[in-house]
Design a protein around this ligand. Structure first.
Ligand SMILES: [Zn+2]
Ligand SMILES: [Zn+2]
Length: 381
């Protein structure tokens, strides 16, 4: 099926003005509207056809391209910027064509109504993931981060209008930002599709930002990370998110903290845990050991004589600071008694002697070992 000429579709001459084209299109759209033509595939096809023709002829650039090249202008990617209208034809999506016409018609019908006009769109919130070490979480830190974001366009001062010229009132909604549509018994109000609820249109979009009023930029921000942050802590920087559309208020920036795993310490809230190796001799005889602390210093800890592996000891106030102030948590150390290795023959001799003495001193232990020995002997027999 060859495509009909767009001017024929709308029933206007080639020299028709923009107003005449609009008028002719609205007439067609009302006639062919699916609500009035239930179960009429022919009307549906014409409805889409009219919509497609209008998509091209209402746009000065597309119209010029069509006048020069005909339908070929929109086949094979010639048509410059914007969505190509070709797709709306025979195999196009009916729902989208339908909604386009709907929007246009209702804008016209409801133009004069009062309605809540939306404020200029607020910018998006941004999330920034920041990894810090446990030491940094302990001390708190000042960090400069680079946030890729949108900022207000300097050329148009965020208005989106070239040279900062005042935007004009949106013709679809007459500046209300909302349009109303009657569907059966209901009146539905929704955001104006032409101006996205802003109520204003820009005649000459700013060349720097394309009319958004904002441009992409990496912004260096100095951020204060308080002591005591944990994985999952969120820090909100109000107004440091993306700039709003056309001068709208900016969003917020959220910094999400992730504290890296530490080589020595394990953290549980404000408590710190670590394992400290102790020599067998120190564990048996008792003594002082030095343990590293998260503030970079060292603490002396007294080991009681006869300490077993796994014994826990508390160092008060040597844990993490609480994020919302108050006392530091405690640090807990767990002793790990080390068995000596690579013994010299003299050391072995001394240990054997020690063992003999232990058996003499500790008849219970020796009777335990002998009963175990008896048990194994009986198993062999
Ligand atoms: Zn509007
Ligand atoms: Zn701009």
């Amino acid at each position: 099926m060859s495509k009909r000429d767009y001017y024929d579709v709308l029933g206007v001459s080639k020299g028709a003005s923009a107003d005449e084209i609009k008028k002719a299109y609205r007439q067609k759209a009302k006639e062919l509207h699916p609500d009035r033509n239930k179960d009429n595939p022919e009307a549906e096809g014409k409805f889409k056809e009219a919509n497609e023709a209008y998509e091209v002829l209402k746009d000065a650039d597309k119209k010029a391209a069509y006048d020069r090249f005909g339908h070929a202008a929109f086949e094979g990617g010639m048509g410059g910027g914007g969505p190509r209208p070709g797709g709306m034809g025979g195999n196009g999506d009916f729902a989208s064509a339908f909604s386009d016409v709907f929007d246009d018609l209702f804008g016209d019908f409801m133009g004069g109504r009062q309605g809540g006009r939306q404020r200029a769109a607020r910018g998006a919130d941004l999330r920034y993931n920041l990894r810090v070490t446990l030491e940094e979480a302990y001390n708190g830190l000042q960090k400069t981060i680079n946030v890729p974001t949108s900022v207000q366009c300097g050329s148009c001062k965020g208005s989106g209008s070239e040279g900062g010229a005042e935007p004009t009132t949106c013709p679809t909604c007459s500046g209300m930002g909302k349009v109303r549509a009657t569907q059966g018994f209901f009146t539905v109000e929704r955001t104006c599709p032409t101006c996205s609820g802003l109520g204003q249109m820009i005649k000459n979009p700013c060349k720097t930002c394309g009319g958004n009023g904002r441009v992409h930029k990496d912004r260096a921000l100095s951020v204060n990370i308080p002591a005591g942050v944990e994985t999952g802590t969120r820090i909100r920087l109000a107004g440091e998110g993306e700039a709003g559309m056309r001068g709208g208020p900016p969003g917020d920036l959220y910094i999400f903290i992730e504290v890296e795993k530490h080589r020595i310490f394990e953290r549980e809230g404000v408590e710190l845990h670590c394992r400290v190796p102790v020599s067998m001799i120190a564990a048996a005889l008792g003594g002082d050991i030095e343990v590293p602390t998260i503030d970079g210093g060292r603490s002396r800890v007294k080991i009681p004589a006869g300490s077993q592996s796994g014994r826990q000891m508390r160092l008060r106030g040597k844990g993490m600071p609480a994020l919302r102030g108050g006392n530091h948590g405690d640090m807990f150390i767990e002793l790990a008694v080390e068995t000596p290795v690579n013994l010299t023959s003299r050391q072995k001799e001394l240990l054997r002697e020690f063992e003999d003495l232990s058996e003499d001193n500790n008849p219970e232990a020796s009777s335990f070992f002998s009963s175990v020995k008896n048990f194994w002997d009986s198993m062999k027999g």
